[in-house]
Design a binder for this molecule. Structure first.
Ligand code: SF4
Ligand code: SF4
Length: 147
């Protein structure tokens, strides 16, 4: 029996404003993001070309791109996003997952704080999120702190 390979983290582009901007397209080494016609048109993502290199995530000046893995474990997915606040979260710590309106959704676990691929001192944080809340959670709040 063949087992389908897990896809892993793939970008989700939440870029809704038609502004003259295209660093995500230029940053992608594999042509997985294109902007057709005018520079103000919205970016188009082609998953089949994406190698999950994360460049588009940290290059976007509007933090409009995050990455989503729907099958991290049986019960959890992962999301990865740029994190500009200080102090930084700590690996394996718990935090509160926030939705796009900044409201608390559920507890989440910090899986990784990636400073290696950072751009302009903005690390990439990866968290585990219960699958039932995976499409809601977009950011985190640390215990007793900002986020
Ligand atoms: S993760 Fe890398 S390969 Fe995928 S769209 Fe972004 S820049 Fe391109
Ligand atoms: S870099 Fe970010 S804000 Fe600019 S077009 Fe790409 S996704 Fe939108």
């Amino acid at each position: 029996m063949t087992q389908e390979k897990k896809r892993g983290l793939i970008p989700v582009i939440e870029c809704w404003e038609e502004i003259p901007c295209n660093p995500c397209k230029d940053a992608c080494p594999f042509g997985a993001i294109r902007i057709e016609g005018e520079m103000t048109n919205l970016p188009i993502f082609e998953e089949a070309l994406c190698k999950s290199c994360k460049k588009c995530v940290f290059i976007c000046p509007g933090q409009a791109i995050y990455m989503l893995d729907e099958d991290y474990t049986e019960s959890e997915g992962r999301i990865l996003f740029p994190y500009e606040f200080r102090p930084l979260p700590e690996k394996d710590a718990m935090a509160t997952g926030l939705n796009r309106q900044g409201q608390p959704v559920c507890p989440v676990k910090i899986l990784e704080v990636d400073l290696k691929t950072s751009y302009k001192m903005t690390p990439l944080v990866t968290i585990a999120v219960p699958k039932e809340h995976l499409k809601e959670v977009r950011f985190i709040q640390l215990p007793g702190g900002e986020g």
